[in-house]
Design a protein around this ligand. Structure first.
Ligand SMILES: [Zn+2]
Length: 424
């Protein structure tokens, strides 16, 4: 289907190859514009059909963004952004859409313009659209930062109050997130109002300015951050509470199967063993260990099914460890709910097989009309979930091949500060 795009003549000559690269970049922009038109049309068609069957206006169009995300192999959060972008371009910003179609803008740069205009009313948004994109030669040579700055400057001029209001709203989205970094490091990210963010950074820099002990400025700042947040020295061997999931072979036999910190991801076997050993030799911390699938008190196997509607804690833990992250394809968000694939109300059992770890948003999406999820557990314990959307498109989600492949041989270790109280 895409032969005309992917077949390249290596003997074409350098100038022709460069022109080919440029041409394909225009194709990507045009494809993004086509996706935006299709997304806006899908949303309009769905809403019209729902209106015809008497669905209240406030409930129309639910789940459309999630369907767009699946079709684009993207997360539901990005699906929301794609749909908002599509509707803004198609219905309100014709010049930006035309610039995208012609290749004068990339999808990301068009997204930046839509984002910077989001706080404006329709009339101002149309004005911004025309001022910035009606004459596409003005866009030539502008990188991401200059495009965003140009859009922002127009928005400030058109409606200074809207921008201030948006800044006030943005402060409500302050948050702290974590994601893995290479070499068993992690990025801890705080999204803060600018005054707070600058003062936090200034406080860490001040600590670095007044400390001379052979550590680099970056090291002092990082250590100070840990010390002030956790109340204990950064050099102490373990954080306050870390769960580790690893096989008994990794713990006892020196095997190389990676261990996992739920909510973080895999860590090398050797790093996991070091973490446990340093804990065991430090009186201020303790490690508690339990077999993941056995009941901590009786040693009996955790029941893999229940007659109750709510998943019992042991079974929910099993499903959370099995799935790792939200099971919607491409979502990757942390698990917040254990949900029935086939709803309890329609006879879906409370079992490991019919259970899914989902994030909050995906849990709601899955309950929209026309969505269906079916699950199977194969003879080698691989769990698959097939998501069917209202248009009949299907997407498969397979649980990561780790715990489920070797039941009963995985251990969960909770490493905790001695001052922390918890049920082991
Ligand atoms: Zn999700």
């Amino acid at each position: 289907m895409f032969d005309s795009l992917v077949v390249i003549d290596p003997g074409a000559g350098e100038a022709a190859l460069v022109e080919r690269i440029a041409e394909l970049e225009r194709v990507k922009s045009a494809a993004a514009a086509g996706q935006a038109r299709a997304a806006a049309a899908l949303d309009a068609t769905r809403r019209a059909a729902e209106a015809a069957t008497g669905v209240p206006a406030a409930r129309r169009g639910r789940g459309v963004a999630a369907e767009i995300a699946l079709a684009r192999r993207d997360s539901p959060a990005r699906g929301n952004r794609h749909l908002g972008f599509a509707k803004a371009l198609v219905h309100e910003m014709p010049h930006t859409l035309a610039a995208l179609e012609s290749g004068a803008l990339s999808e990301w740069r068009a997204t930046l313009i839509v984002r910077e205009s989001a706080c404006l009313d329709l009339e101002d948004r149309r004005t911004l659209d025309a001022e910035l994109c009606a004459e596409v030669t003005g866009l030539h040579g502008l990188g991401d930062a200059r495009i965003a700055a140009a859009a922002k400057a127009i928005a400030y001029r058109l409606d200074p109050h809207a921008v201030v209001d948006r800044a006030a709203h943005a402060a409500t989205e302050r948050t702290v997130t974590i994601r893995p970094a290479p070499e068993t490091m992690t990025y801890l990210t705080a999204l803060l109002p600018v005054a707070q963010g600058v003062s936090v950074y200034a406080a860490l820099r001040r600590a670095a300015d007044t400390t001379v002990d052979g550590r680099s400025r970056g090291q002092v700042m990082a250590d100070t951050l840990v010390e002030r947040l956790t109340g204990r020295a950064a050099a102490m061997p373990t954080p306050i509470a870390v769960n580790l999931v690893l096989s008994d072979h990794t713990l006892l036999d020196g095997a190389d199967d990676p261990a996992e910190i739920p909510g973080y991801g895999p860590i090398p076997a050797a790093v996991a063993r070091t973490l446990i050993t340093s804990t065991a030799t430090d009186a201020r911390t303790r490690a508690t260990l339990r077999r993941l699938y056995t009941h901590p008190g009786s040693g009996a196997l955790v029941a893999m099914e229940s007659r109750a509607r709510i998943f019992p804690r042991g079974l929910a833990t099993f499903i959370a460890r099995r799935d790792g992250r939200c099971r919607t394809p491409y979502c990757d968000a942390p698990i917040r709910h254990t949900d029935h694939a086939q709803p309890w109300a329609t006879g879906g059992p409370t079992t490991a097989d019919n259970g899914l770890g989902l994030c909050e948003a995906c849990n709601y999406t899955k309950n929209n009309p026309g969505w269906k999820v079916t699950t199977t557990t194969s003879h080698n314990h691989t769990h698959t979930a097939d998501f069917t959307t209202p248009t009949g498109a299907t997407y498969r989600s397979t649980a990561p091949p780790r715990i489920t492949a070797i039941p009963l041989s995985h251990l969960e270790i909770r490493i905790s500060n001695a001052l922390t109280t918890h049920a082991a």
